[in-house]
Design a protein. Structure first.
Length: 367
């Protein structure tokens, strides 16, 4: 007996129920087919875009333009998430050649005599009545609080500058301890009752999760050594008088200089009033700190990886800081770490995926 014979013997209600059952089965099959096609389209699209992306990366890295190749490779290497991409296309020898472009003279030391902490030409500092002083070449402290905030604009990027006229107001803040998760900049500001600040040194995490749990490189905070470093580290540090040292130093050398606060990152940008060769660079968010000849500390952040600001090269940072009178300057941790706080809020736009600023191992703060 076939299916038609069975159905013919069924009652009207039973035949209707059977037809509805077949309709539901047909509908489910149709839905499954549509879903399969949608997922197939999405998968194919992802594959096409993935292959197109790899092809573009191949052209950028293996193409005819050395400058474009260098910019792209350095941009990728400066990121935590995409640093593996150049390794797909370049041999170990080629990667080492690219990294060698960033080598700096580790023996050069800064000349302390170029910084006058007596405030002889400090921008915005009030002169004694009756004394002859030349007009300051620096921006004026119009409200008299010793802090100057300025907007920075460049070719494809925007940034922000804080100048603290009294360098002794600047210090390094840290979480209550290391080994776990760091603190966001707003949390560090609140912890120390600071007026503002920027992110500072680099960090490492056992799981690579970007938790800011441990400071990387030589780290001294409020006179306590938290990381002895890697032998000779590229550092920035402040002594009791507010003199800022930048350069390659060992732990013993840093302690011998009387550094009370010290963090590590690279590269050096300006030393003894001379901009260094930092032409090998990607385009990313940047953080830097510098000192003028009058002792004033400059804190600079540049937004990046966003529609309103692509980011800056190291040379862009050097040019900005030299224009503002920097004698010594160093690059600090950038990328998603780049952040500035002032007047009760974040000043710049954090480039993290969720827009929430990441925890930090330490920060340059000021009161």
């Amino acid at each position: 007996m076939n299916t038609k014979d069975v159905i013919s013997e069924l009652s009207t209600e039973e035949r209707e129920a059977e037809r509805q059952k077949r309709k539901r089965r047909a509908l489910r099959k149709k839905i499954v087919t549509i879903v399969d096609r949608i997922f197939g389209f999405i998968l194919a699209t992802c594959i096409v875009f993935g292959l197109a992306g790899l092809a573009l990366e191949y052209v950028l890295i293996k193409g005819p333009s050395p400058a474009l190749k260098e910019t792209f490779v350095m941009t990728m290497l400066e990121t935590r998430r995409f640093g593996f991409i150049p390794h797909i296309f370049l041999t170990d020898e080629e990667m080492n050649e690219m990294k060698d472009l960033r080598k700096q003279d580790t023996n050069a030391k800064m000349d302390e005599s170029l910084i006058n902490l007596s405030g002889g030409d400090s921008g915005g500092q009030e002169a004694d009545p009756g004394t002859d002083q030349q007009e300051s070449p620096y921006p004026a402290d119009e409200d008299g609080d010793g802090i100057i905030f300025e907007n920075i604009k460049g070719n494809g990027f925007v940034g922000y500058m804080l100048t603290i006229l009294d360098p002794t107001r600047v210090f390094v803040g840290m979480p209550d301890g290391y080994g776990g998760v760091g603190l966001r900049l707003d949390e560090l500001v609140n912890k120390y009752g600071a007026l503002g600040g920027i992110n500072a040194g680099g960090f490492y995490d056992d799981g690579g999760g970007g938790l800011g749990g441990n400071p990387d490189g030589l780290t001294i905070i409020d006179g306590v050594v938290y990381n002895e470093g890697h032998g000779t580290d590229c550092i920035v540090g402040l002594n009791e008088e507010g003199l800022m040292y930048v350069g390659y130093y060992t732990l013993d050398e840093a302690l011998g200089l009387g550094l009370k606060n010290c963090v590590s990152f690279s590269p050096l940008l300006i030393q003894n009033g001379v901009g260094l060769d930092v032409s090998s660079s990607g385009v990313n968010p940047r953080t830097a700190i510098a000192q003028r000849s009058d002792g004033a500390i400059m804190m600079l952040v540049i937004d990046g990886r966003q529609a309103h600001s692509m980011g800056a090269r190291y040379q862009d940072v050097v040019d900005i800081l030299l224009d503002y009178g920097a004698v010594n300057a160093i690059n600090l941790d950038g990328g998603s770490s780049t952040v500035m706080w002032y007047e009760g809020d974040y000043v710049n736009s954090c480039s993290s995926e969720n827009g929430i600023c990441r925890p930090l191992p330490n920060a340059f703060l000021f009161k």
